[in-house]
Design a protein around this ligand. Structure first.
Ligand code: SF4
Length: 309
């Protein structure tokens, strides 16, 4: 019989839910002009942009290389840099993100577009493949992106998105839920709160493990200690458990899932970071298992051979 790798820790979920409910969680600004098209941008161009950008929004660093670059007066890293470069392209030529253009996209164009301090993003060829796949799928099945998004509910949209490689990952659907979040924030999609699930990326996984809302079995911890690359099956089981735990936090704390995701994503990049978490600045330290143990900080499990997260 298959071993269960992790379980929910209900007592800790209640504690964390209460702590988060006492914070002023706010939705981020999906109209920030550094990363996203303006309010009055053409609607189809806006759909095209989000569909394409979320499709390539996965890990940007590999090993110790950080995807970083100064643009104007600001230094951007990781996903922020990806979206900043996306907006630079959108401002120059929004038709770049149209399905017809994506379908013919040359990997060398992506190589020249997504450049950090050390050169092109490490997997520019993979991102070119994902974008070409988006363009081909939309043209073949719907003709335009607007028709793709013409759905009666979230489930139908997820089903349609799953025909694209970037959005297929059964059953976690990280990129699909990230896209849904952006569309809701932009007023381009209506979704009931119970239809929205958190896009479980590495930040949300690491924070869940450290807080202790998910209890990992000893054999999983041992694999993490040995830095083993986790199989796809084990990765999925763990992410679904993490997602269930955050779902429970949302329900118990009566939290807005979008505001919580925005908070956790920023929190994972600035406070509960890999290797050296800034616990002194952490608003959750009083309910954190890792902090209570006196600094035994685990990171997320290793599963980097993927374009899903
Ligand atoms: S106390 Fe430290 S380890 Fe715990 S959630 Fe906060 S930053 Fe992360």
């Amino acid at each position: 019989m298959a071993r269960i790798p992790a379980t929910l820790n209900l007592d800790k979920i209640i504690e964390v839910a209460k702590a988060l409910a006492s914070l002023d969680l706010r939705r981020s600004n999906a109209f920030d002009p550094r990363f996203y098209p303006p309010k009055d941008a053409d609607i189809e161009a806006t759909y095209n942009y989000f569909l394409a950008m979320v499709a390539i929004d996965h890990r940007t660093n590999i090993g110790d290389w950080q995807f970083i670059r100064r643009v104007g007066d600001e230094v951007f890293t990781g996903s922020d840099l990806l979206w900043r470069l996306g907006m630079e392209m959108f401002s120059r030529d929004s038709s770049f993100f149209s399905p017809a253009s994506l379908r013919r996209l040359d990997p060398t164009v992506v190589k020249d577009w997504l450049v950090g301090d050390y050169g092109p993003v490490w997997d520019y060829g993979v991102r070119a493949y994902l974008l070409r796949d988006v363009g081909s799928y939309v043209l073949r099945n719907y003709g335009t992106t607007i028709r793709l998004f013409h759905v009666s509910n979230v489930e139908e949209l997820i089903d349609r998105l799953s025909g694209m490689a970037a959005y297929e990952d059964p059953p976690v659907k990280k990129k699909a839920y990230l896209l849904i979040k952006f569309l809701v924030l932009r007023g381009l999609l209506k979704a009931k709160p119970q239809e929205i699930k958190l896009p479980i990326d590495n930040h949300l996984t690491r924070i869940a493990y450290r807080l202790g809302i998910v209890r990992l079995e000893d054999w999983v911890l041992e694999l993490m200690r040995r830095d083993v690359h986790f199989s796809r099956e084990l990765d999925v089981e763990l992410r679904l458990t993490v997602r269930d735990a955050w779902d429970a936090v949302i329900r118990i704390g009566k939290l807005d899932p979008i505001a919580l995701d925005d908070f956790l994503w920023r929190f994972g990049r600035t406070v509960c970071i890999r290797d050296k978490p800034q616990c002194d600045k952490c608003p959750l330290k009083d309910v954190c298992n890792a902090y209570a143990r006196g600094g035994s900080f685990i990171n997320e499990h290793n599963h980097y051979l993927t374009y899903y997260y």
